[in-house]
Design a binder for this molecule. Structure first.
Ligand code: ZN
Length: 482
């Protein structure tokens, strides 16, 4: 109110106000980019570290992923953004993400402050060759009440040329347009949920403009995605149509197909984990459970592991399913060194803002990716942002999985400063503490030796969350156990 009256009083001419608004808008866009850039620089600086230690190259050659999260009193967001070895692809993806984020924060401003809005952008990665990938982003946001938005966006990228591929770079539509459309229509008509409800006019219009198709490809199928209302009434929701590759092979350009046959996805072999015997904790001893969330991260996690190892410290890593999917060899390294792996959801949404089916999906998918890497599922779970409600407690009760919160927040995500992180942890330390940190920030890796050295001198020992729960359940920081 006050600002408005000042503007009125000094009577700026209209064009000046427009210029100021433009400057502010441009400024905040630039800020967002410099924020992304900052993260990127931090990560690039770390990239050399990993090469000196061990090679934890990810599942997808030339690709990394990081889930960026933010929480304020008004909203939370989590955005899964792939980073490729090609800068022009990266800027295309970042531009798209920045646009979604801006649309969301603008919409949040009109919301009642009682409700904390949530934006989640999920990523599904499909590999065609070592250079060509499809990214499927599913974006949804909730703004309280019935206000929300769900949208899918796909990109198929060629990392060697730095270009986005259109569907007719993959499928020979100039010759076989009719045949391909027929396959698509037939497949849609076979879907039970679409019986008698397909809006044919809209479908035909869409099929005439392949530039607008949302699609992906991998070595099994060609998939098409339709937003809610796009080709069917709203109750059907968004549609994913998977067409087996065999059905469409004759129309796919041979060189793409040949490349995709030539390479196979790199999946690590499972390893045998020595399940450590939990030694009975000394009643006179002092114990701390260090926890690391949101990883594993290709350069930070190996540093954290090295430091823990040099103090013979055991810790707990609450992993995101998508990070585990990208870095199965890191999941293995964490387990092989005797640390605990916990479930931190697939995409880091606020689990209190999504329905029960989605909550279960988030947790199950994460279990699948972790199990794929190490052969077992996590025994504990930490909800993103520490946000839980009755529904989540019920779901976790069914699964027999305790919900683990924390008693000390290092605020590493906020300060990104090793001394502040260490100070914050050390000043509040107590027997039975559960300490929250994130193995995605370089500053956290740098703070860890300071923390471990000081706590070691004070006579603390470092155990996993399950170990602490098992023996000291009544005494330790906030958790739900059944
Ligand atoms: Zn988290």
């Amino acid at each position: 109110m006050r600002k408005r009256s000042i503007i009125k009083r000094i009577k700026l001419p209209g064009w000046t106000i427009i210029l100021i608004v433009l400057l502010i808008v441009t400024g905040s866009i630039l800020n967002f980019f410099s924020y992304l850039e900052e993260n990127r620089l931090e990560e690039t600086a770390n990239a050399s570290v990993i090469k000196d230690t061990e090679d934890y190259s990810g599942r997808f050659p030339g690709l990394d992923v990081l889930v960026r999260t933010k929480h304020t009193d008004e909203y939370t967001y989590s955005i899964a953004l792939p980073e490729t070895k090609n800068e022009s692809i990266n800027s295309i993806l970042m531009d798209w993400v920045a646009e979604q984020e801006k649309g969301f924060t603008t919409a949040v401003k009109d919301q009642s402050p009682q409700f904390r809005s949530n934006l989640t952008i999920e990523l599904d990665t499909k590999r065609i060759t070592d250079e060509i990938y499809s990214f499927i982003f599913s974006m949804y946001y909730y703004l309280g009440g019935a206000n929300g938005k769900e949208e899918i966006q796909t990109f198929t990228v060629d990392l060697s040329s730095g270009s986005l591929l259109e569907v007719d770079d993959i499928i020979n539509l100039s010759t076989y347009s009719k045949e391909v459309k027929k396959i698509i229509i037939n497949k849609l008509q076979q879907e039970e949920v679409l019986q008698d409800v397909l809006i044919e006019d809209q479908l035909n219009t869409l099929l005439k403009s392949p530039d607008e198709w949302m699609w992906s490809l991998n070595q099994d199928s060609f998939s098409l995605y339709f937003d809610e209302y796009e080709i069917a009434p709203g109750f059907v929701g968004a549609i994913e149509l998977d067409i087996p590759l065999d059905d469409i092979t004759p129309y796919i350009y041979e060189d793409i197909f040949y490349q995709s046959e030539a390479s196979t996805e790199k999946v690590n072999e499972q390893i045998d984990i020595d399940k450590q015997e939990w030694s009975r904790l000394d009643p006179e001893g002092k114990y701390v459970a260090l926890t690391f969330d949101d990883g594993p991260h290709p350069s930070v996690t190996p540093q954290v592991l090295d430091t823990l190892n040099s103090y013979d410290a055991k810790a707990t890593f609450f992993m995101l399913g998508i990070q585990a999917q990208y870095y199965p060899s890191l999941v293995q390294a964490v387990a092989a060194e005797g640390h605990e792996i916990g479930n931190h959801s697939m995409n880091h949404p606020d689990l209190t803002s999504i329905n029960d089916e989605k909550v279960r999906g988030e947790l199950e998918q994460t279990n699948i990716h972790i199990k794929e890497a190490v052969g077992f599922s996590p025994a504990t779970m930490r909800p993103p942002y520490g946000a839980y409600n009755e529904l989540l407690v019920d779901v976790m009760k069914d699964a027999g999985t305790p919900i683990i919160l924390w008693s000390i927040d290092s605020l590493d995500w906020k300060s990104r400063d090793k001394d502040k992180i260490a100070q914050r942890v050390l000043e509040d330390i107590h027997d039975g503490a559960i300490v929250l940190m994130h193995d995605i920030h370089q500053a956290t890796a740098a703070a860890l030796p300071i923390i471990l050295e000081s706590l070691h001198e004070q006579g603390y020992e470092f155990v996993t969350v399950s170990e602490l729960l098992y023996q000291r359940a009544d005494e330790i920081g906030p958790h739900y156990q059944y």
